[in-house]
Design a protein around this ligand. Structure first.
Ligand code: SAM
Length: 377
């Protein structure tokens, strides 16, 4: 009872799956008893069970509600794949990538399970009436199964080819002519993920003959453990859990730095590989980490790489970005961008518990000059 009257730090974010439904249809069905409030601060100030909702002002087709208001996983809309539980910040990469289909060509989601961003990309393409292919790579076979299920429930099969158990780094770019945009969301330290109690969980509707099909927010069914003395993934001494649910012991500051450096080296490899795709014009890179080493640090290294120079990759500037991302006021860290204002402003960040209701997150888009129109809607 006390909990139901306690204000929350983290709302429940619900993305309307535009393959199967519309915002209006959901407002007049699943959310018909809810009162619309103008901003996220009203949601954060409300009790956990109050029937209020806020239409997000940055990402289209996204709603915030108090986390305890109802169990959406039991709703018909959820079971039919019309709504998807996905943190606002996790919607940034798909929205920023803004796949257009048509002449822009096919899309790659390089690190795709459990499929939140894959299905978001499919939703954006569906809304535009575009039938291009999303190549969704997932190296881990178990997680690829979850990805396939999520794509199926969301109705994204018509857009998506799941490359189950395939390592994106081993994909030959020459075989992917016609891929114009890539979304890179590789494994990271997960240090921006909100505490387990608030963690938006992905419960997929049950396929026939399966008893439980519940997947903790992005960890492929492995049980998350709370890092010693802190929230899931918090980079403190003790046990650290990354965003794939892998556990590692971090016994010193040095261990942590080494772990971050190893992740950053892998993340950079993923970006440099994407830069080689012959027809690629747009690449987003994102993490749910708060560490500059995995974020602005990797961004700078990618920009200074031989392939970036050879192929003309640069950061997509803030003023070029789609409206909601241009207007999002939390940008990259200037110091971590070594004082480069254009890079820092082009980078998009989100922090937990800052009153905006998101998890910690980072995303940047790279483009090749002369290939992306300037002003967008
Ligand atoms: N984009 C996903 C979403 O929004 O639902 C979350 C992706 S999670 C952060 C990273 C995923 O990348 C993990 O499932 C991991 O198994 C996968 N992965 C890591 N390295 C990979 C590689 N080289 N090729 C393909 N998948 C990889």
């Amino acid at each position: 009872l006390i909990e139901s009257f306690t204000a929350t730090k983290h709302p429940r974010w619900i993305r309307i799956n535009t393959i199967k439904s519309t915002l209006d249809a959901q407002l007049s069905s699943t959310f018909k008893d809810f009162t619309v409030v103008p901003s996220i601060s009203e949601i954060l100030a409300s009790s956990r069970r109050e029937k209020v909702l806020c239409l997000d002002g940055h990402v289209p087709n996204l709603i915030a509600v108090p986390p305890g208001v109802m169990d959406f996983t039991k709703s018909e809309a959820y079971k039919r794949g019309e709504i998807i539980l996905q943190d606002k910040a996790s919607c940034f990469p798909g929205y920023l990538l803004d796949p257009r289909g048509g002449e822009e060509g096919d899309v790659v989601d390089a690190c795709a399970a459990p499929g939140n961003k894959t299905t978001h990309l499919a939703g954006i393409l569906a809304e535009r009436g575009e039938k291009v292919t999303i190549h969704a790579f997932e190296k881990d076979r178990n997680r690829a199964r979850t990805l396939k299920k999520m794509v199926g429930v969301a109705g994204g099969e018509g857009w998506t080819v799941v490359h189950a158990g395939e390592d994106f780094l081993r994909a030959d770019p020459a075989e992917f002519k016609g891929v114009g945009a890539l979304l890179l969301d590789p494994s990271c330290s997960g240090s921006g993920i909100v505490g387990r109690d608030d963690l938006p969980e992905l419960h997929l509707p049950e396929p026939p003959g399966n008893k439980s099909n519940k997947v903790g927010g992005g960890n492929g069914g492995k049980k998350r453990k709370r890092a010693e003395g802190g929230e899931v993934g918090r980079p403190e001494k003790g046990v650290m859990v990354d965003d794939d649910g892998e556990m590692m012991v971090v016994s010193s500051e040095k261990d942590l730095q080494q772990r971050i450096e190893a992740l950053a080296a892998f993340q950079l490899q993923i970006i440099l590989h994407a830069f080689e795709f012959p027809d690629a014009k747009k690449v987003t890179y994102s993490t749910c980490s708060i560490h500059a080493g995995e974020n602005e640090g990797v961004t700078l290294k990618a920009l200074r790489s031989e392939v970036a120079r050879r192929r003309g990759w640069r950061v997509f500037k803030r003023e070029e970005q789609i409206r909601g991302m241009r207007e999002w006021d939390v940008r990259g860290e200037l110091e971590a961008s070594e004082g480069d204002k254009e890079v820092a402003e082009g980078c998009i960040r989100a922090y937990r518990d800052d009153g905006r209701g998101t998890m910690g997150f980072f995303v940047v888009m790279f483009v090749r000059d002369g290939t992306v129109d300037g002003e967008r809607k």
